[in-house]
Design a protein around this ligand. Structure first.
Ligand code: BDR
Ligand code: CA
Length: 318
């Protein structure tokens, strides 16, 4: 393709079945140069999120370095989500001891060092878990800000309401102080909240297409979705699970699949009742700056076509 664009990205995640699918999609996408994976305590504790990320590297044959970051939020106690993801965080596939090593360097130090060594505006951060690592990195080394081209994150909600409290989505609720730092950092942000991620449902037909690819990554994806979807299917009476986190990666590869609007978004950090709420000024009723590209709509068939097409490439090497 003549218009080929390469984005250099760092994926900051808490796998999590949907984080795992985001990693698989990124590894299989030649538009993306994944410089590293940092993990954070979130869906499950940190020891499991870095183990799970390394398992995904093994399964996908990726040599992207994995760094463990923060094990707890900046100020809050860690809330986890085993009731959705299972005890391992990736229930639906068998756990094994990965060959991919854990890097010695702390995830936050990796983010800071990588950004400081980069050109201005040259690296995209892709957080798909609580924002603890990114918030901590910005807080301890503000000089990294100039290096950040954009932050493309999964978190928050407007019309869908919260999924962990009536007001808050899980990733933002777990570390609202870190989210507040990120949302006020002044760099461009693209946000995939529940309003859009609840549109990419893993229907039986879509998962069958993935399973039929018959390669190890497709098998792992279908296996993990099979476990992950049972929670949302019963909670929302939906025909499948929302693949929240891969929306970030898909937006980088095929932004034309998505519709969004530049808005001010601010994080509630004070109220006990609405902690972690993302206040989306969709109609610009304040003078606050439009700090976020808020994505609220997706061509979900196009999303699954893209995911299936990219997962199919894992069969090429076999
Ligand atoms: C988000 O929370 C986690 O459970 C998922 O991995 C996703 O990042 C959805 O609210
Ligand atoms: Ca996640």
């Amino acid at each position: 393709r003549s218009d080929f664009v390469t984005h250099r990205i760092i994926i900051d995640c808490d796998p999590g079945q949907d984080d795992a699918v985001a990693l698989f999609l990124a590894f299989a996408s030649p538009e993306l140069d994944v410089l590293g994976i940092t993990t954070v305590g979130g869906n499950v504790p940190l020891e499991l999120t870095h183990r799970n990320a390394r398992m995904m590297c093994d399964i996908a044959g990726s040599d992207v370095p994995v760094h463990a970051g923060c094990d707890k939020p900046m100020r809050q106690p860690l809330r986890t989500a085993e009731y959705i993801h299972g005890e391992t965080g990736i229930n639906g596939i068998d756990v094994f001891d990965p060959v991919t090593p854990l890097q010695a360097q702390h995830g936050v130090d990796f983010i800071i060092e990588t950004l400081l060594a980069a050109d201005d505006d040259s690296i995209i951060l892709v957080p798909t878990g609580p924002l603890t690592n990114i918030g901590t990195a910005i807080d301890s080394e503000p000089a990294i800000l100039a290096k950040i081209e954009r932050i493309v994150l999964m978190g928050g909600a407007m019309r869908e309401g919260g999924n962990r409290t009536p007001s808050a989505e899980f990733n933002i609720l777990v570390d609202p102080e870190a989210a507040d730092i990120v949302f006020r950092c002044g760099r461009p942000i693209t946000q995939m909240g529940l309003d859009v991620t609840h549109q990419v449902l893993s229907t039986k037909e879509r998962v069958d297409r993935i399973r039929a690819l018959g390669n190890p990554v497709a098998d792992a994806t279908a296996g993990m979705i099979g476990f992950f979807e049972r929670y949302d299917m019963s909670k929302y009476a939906a025909p499948g699970a929302p693949l929240h986190d891969p929306c970030t990666v898909a937006w980088l590869i095929r932004p034309e699949l998505f519709t969004g609007k530049d808005c001010n978004i601010a994080i509630e950090t004070q109220s006990e009742l609405t902690l972690g709420h993302t206040a989306v000024d969709f109609w610009h009723v304040t003078d606050r700056p439009r700090n976020v590209h808020w994505v609220y709509q997706v061509d979900s068939d196009g999303f699954y076509d893209l995911l299936t097409e990219r997962l199919a490439t894992y069969g090429d090497a076999a």
